[in-house]
Design a protein around this ligand. Structure first.
Ligand code: G6P
Length: 367
């Protein structure tokens, strides 16, 4: 397996670095760049009666779904609900005609997600599944199979499957928007061109690996870490916190930046690093004002933004990380890289078993 890992020390590290390639590979089957259109693998799938979307997933796949919930509402103007698979059936959800149930899973075998899929089918929902393992149960049981082409993921903490899920979900949101008459040809062309730029932007983010490594010691000594973001970057804050917990065993929480003042701000002191995800875009200024609330209370901020963002708000931060400027649509794909790298380098410093963290399984086939 040393050869499979190539020059990388861990599979997770290899999988983080593979992302520009596998996201490009995945996008290839969802974008027609010359035509400026998105195209799903089942082009004639009938979305006509679809009135709402119910997303169901676990773990990192759930956070991909959470990012997608923003895209689906914004582009396709369709109501979306999202549940953890383990909660979904037991809250007795109201599933009326015209529902599309969307399941997201790397393995396609997670017991809770699979049971939720079967429940939704029994309740008459159309079933879509974003799955990385094409031979899996969920892949077989979906009406609309939307494969990710991340290749085999070995690290228990999901990385490349996640960004491939985001790529597919963005294409799905654009497709649904077009079918519902909410997306002009011009707007679709723009979405396609932004998505097509994602692999190069992710590559540029990977070039900051050493800068992330330099920040890692600041996080490795903490007992608690807070991640803040707004909008889709709130979902990314949750994913950042999950990654850190999973492989470094440091307690971390993701919070909606604006909600922090309703609780977590009480935790702020110089020992709790606060990682702020703030790409330039519609949420930037609000997120920065929440960040300043942290700094005013002696909190130590690590700001992840772009050149303009760091220039505008970097003063007084413990550390800053400057990513390429990207369109807000692809920011989650690009900001995934530093949060994964940070968790990775912190775990390496702590000497944990990065690829096989304690108590975790790659695929959880019990409820
Ligand atoms: C486990 C893995 C996570 C993964 C989750 C959902 O907890 O450790 O990395 O995100 O299961 O897995 P799935 O295969 O359904 O995406």
């Amino acid at each position: 397996t040393i050869t499979e890992r190539g020059n990388y020390r861990h599979f997770m590290q290899k999988e983080i670095h593979e992302q520009p390639l596998v996201v490009a590979q995945t996008l290839q089957s969802y974008l027609k760049p010359l035509a400026g259109e998105v195209a799903l693998p089942i082009p004639d799938f009938d979305f006509s009666g679809v009135k709402r979307v119910q997303i169901v997933a676990c773990g990192t796949s759930y956070y991909a779904g959470m990012v997608a919930s923003y895209w689906l509402e914004q582009f396709a103007r369709i109501p979306v609900e999202i549940d953890f698979a383990s909660e979904f059936r037991y809250r007795e959800p109201v599933l009326e005609d015209g529902g599309l149930a969307l399941f997201i899973s790397q393995s396609g075998e997670t017991a809770d997600t699979l049971a939720a899929l079967r429940h939704a089918r029994a309740e008459g929902q159309k079933i879509a599944a974003v799955v990385n393992v094409p031979t899996s149960s969920m892949a077989r049981e979906a009406d609309l199979l939307l494969p990710t082409h991340a290749g085999t993921e070995i690290g228990v903490a999901s990385t490349k499957a996640f960004t491939c899920q985001l790529a597919v979900l963005a294409a799905l949101a654009a497709n649904l928007a077009r079918v519902r008459g909410k997306l002009s040809a011009e707007a679709e062309r723009e979405i396609v061109s932004h998505l097509a730029e994602a692999p190069a932007a992710m590559n540029a983010a990977l070039n900051h690996d050493e800068a992330v490594q330099a920040i890692a010691p600041l996080v490795a000594k903490a007992r608690d870490v807070l991640y803040l973001g707004r909008g889709p970057d709130f979902a990314m804050a949750l994913e950042g916190a999950l990654k850190l917990k999973e492989i470094s065993y440091i307690h971390a929480e993701g919070y909606a930046a604006g909600e922090m003042k309703h609780g977590p701000i009480a935790l702020i002191d110089e020992h709790v690093p606060v990682i702020v995800l703030a790409p330039s875009g519609p949420y930037f200024e609000k997120t920065v004002s929440n960040m300043q609330e942290v700094m005013a209370r002696g909190g130590k901020v690590i700001l992840i933004s772009d050149a303009a963002g760091v220039a505008a708000a970097g003063d007084g931060c413990l550390a800053t990380l400057e990513l390429p400027v990207v369109h807000p649509l692809i920011a989650p794909l690009v900001y995934a890289i530093p949060i994964q790298l940070l968790a990775y380098h912190v775990a390496v410093l702590k000497g944990t078993d990065v690829d096989q963290p304690r108590n975790l399984a790659k695929s959880v086939t019990v409820e």
